[in-house]
Design a protein around this ligand. Structure first.
Ligand SMILES: [Zn+2]
Length: 336
């Protein structure tokens, strides 16, 4: 049977008929396999969810304990039979608990990589290559212009800025799942030992990362009481970028806004967002990582789910690997 009869995009997402399940469905379905906890991949309201323990915990933190009818945790590498399909989850290196999902159906091996990256990240298990016939990849940064620099070099920019502006509160924008914890861990790995102040919306996820053995050091709430005279001069405050437009952010001393995202490679984006200190730190593959991964896996086919599909499809064709875009909608990653 042709691969595109065994796994194909339906309106709710990628569907496997022999196992009767969807991967990262964007609408409530009877059975969902979820790659990771970002809100565009992990949604509430499914009948049954199969995911890693961490992804299930993250979904419960974000949506409440009743986020689905029945949750089943799967360990990395464990094989589960679902109808006529065999599935297993493998580390994707994207955020805590993130997984690629291997699906074997009718003799064809698929790897749905979800979101993934190859660069080092001490806050999650590192990406593992999964042998497959059909490799299904995102292409968020699927253009040759995207090269992500060493994240530690980006973190050093915060220290340089703090030396230059020791009085200003440095507000570091980072999405609440994955990026925020990675930025905090990077600050620690670069030798920053002072307290780091966090926006309230990060607290539960940071606590969860700590409970899973990821040391984030001294974290304190970045909430100033009404009659508080401290203004966190010279402190580092981490929060979701959306919070910097709120009244909350105006209480700090001459706030200097930084933002950690792969998109900070695009000068225009930083400018539009009023970002004074862009930090190119991404939880996705850049162009070299995408193409090297495909070279390494040598799949007989590549399907590109979302992002800048056309350039990667073209690259595959030039490399002699049949490829096609799936044009999946609904995945505007919250954790780029
Ligand atoms: Zn993601």
């Amino acid at each position: 049977m042709k691969p595109d009869r065994l796994l194909y995009p339906a309106s709710a997402g990628l569907y496997c008929p022999s196992g009767d399940f969807y991967v990262d469905p964007v609408r409530p379905v009877a059975r969902a396999l979820v790659t990771h906890g970002h809100s565009d991949h992990a949604r509430a309201g499914h009948g049954a969810v199969l995911a890693t323990r961490e992804t299930l915990d993250i979904m419960a933190i974000r949506y409440g304990p009743d986020f689905c009818g029945a949750a089943q945790a799967v360990a990395y590498g464990e094989t589960i039979d679902l109808g006529g399909a065999r599935v297993s989850f493998h580390p994707a290196g994207h955020v805590l608990g993130s997984a690629q999902i291997a699906i074997a159906a009718n003799g064809t091996r698929f790897c749905v990589s979800g979101d993934y990256k190859r660069g080092a990240d001490p806050t999650c298990a590192p990406y593992e290559p999964v042998a497959c016939d059909v490799f299904i990849t995102e292409a968020t940064f699927g253009l040759p212009v995207f090269h992500h620099p060493n994240p530690k070099g980006e973190i050093e920019k915060i220290f340089t800025s703090l030396k230059q502006f020791p009085e200003r509160t440095h507000l570091v924008g980072a999405y609440s799942l994955g990026k925020a914890q990675r930025v905090i861990r990077l600050l620690r790995d670069c030798g920053y030992e002072r307290p780091i102040y966090i926006h309230g919306s990060l607290a539960r996820l940071c606590d969860y990362y700590v409970s899973r053995g990821i040391d984030l050091g001294d974290l304190r709430p970045a909430t100033l009481e009404k009659d508080d005279t401290t203004d966190l001069s010279g402190a580092i405050v981490v929060g979701p970028p959306s919070a910097f437009a709120e009244r909350w952010a105006r209480r700090f001393n001459e706030p200097l806004v930084a933002f950690a995202s792969g998109w900070m490679m695009v000068r225009q984006r930083a400018k539009q967002g009023g970002v004074e200190l862009p930090l190119v730190i991404s939880d996705h593959c850049d162009w070299p990582e995408l193409t090297e991964t495909i070279r390494e896996l040598q799949p007989s086919e590549v399907w590109v789910t979302h992002g800048r599909e056309e350039a990667l499809v073209r690259w595959c064709e030039l490399a002699g690997i049949p490829a096609r875009p799936l044009h999946l909608v609904g995945y505007e990653d919250e954790g780029d």
